[in-house]
Design a protein around this ligand. Structure first.
Ligand SMILES: NC(=O)c1ccc[n+]([C@@H]2O[C@H](COP(=O)([O-])OP(=O)(O)OC[C@H]3O[C@@H](n4cnc5c(N)ncnc54)[C@H](OP(=O)(O)O)[C@@H]3O)[C@@H](O)[C@H]2O)c1
Length: 119
């Protein structure tokens, strides 16, 4: 039983390593939401939909899940709030160890994006 559990965990970790990770800011509506939807239609891609408002973000993720996109997760991000930016950076680092795609759906010169990529 333990061996099976260990194998399942190893396969899960292997799949996680194969997946690419995309992060989208301002993902709860407009261009950001559409980018999330299109990215999520790619198999092997995990989409981290971020929004400054928890409820709006969670509701957008829920809608995408209902449309069949189970590979979307939510994390809060207000691109003007340093603490929020570093919380997201910590989450991405500990959960995935990297990001592969970063799309700013909120402002063209997103400072949070620069920080997250550097960190
Ligand atoms: N739509 C166009 O045709 C077009 C054309 C050229 C350029 N753009 C530019 O592209 C960007 C997105 O356009 P859009 O039409 O998709 O706009 P939108 O529908 O107003 O969506 C903007 C998104 O950015 C989020 N946002 C704003 N400030 C934020 C912050 N401090 N932290 C995190 N998220 C924040 C909003 O969240 P809330 O829901 O919480 O407000 C919303 O999710 C804008 O910069 C716009 O000027 C748009």
């Amino acid at each position: 039983m333990l061996a099976t559990g260990g194998l399942v965990m190893m396969i899960g970790m292997y799949i996680l390593l194969l997946d690419r990770v995309a992060v989208v800011t301002g993902g709860n509506k407009g261009i950001g939401l559409e980018v999330c939807r299109q990215l999520a239609s790619n198999k092997g891609l995990i989409v981290v939909l971020t929004a400054r408002n928890d409820q709006r973000g969670a509701s957008a993720v829920q809608k995408l899940k209902e449309a069949g996109h189970s590979n979307v997760i939510f994390h809060q991000l207000d691109t003007t709030d340093a603490l929020s930016i570093s919380r997201l950076a910590d989450f991405l680092k500990s959960r995935f160890g990297r990001i592969d795609i970063l799309v700013s759906g909120c402002v063209p010169d997103c400072k949070a994006c620069i920080y997250i990529v550097k960190d």
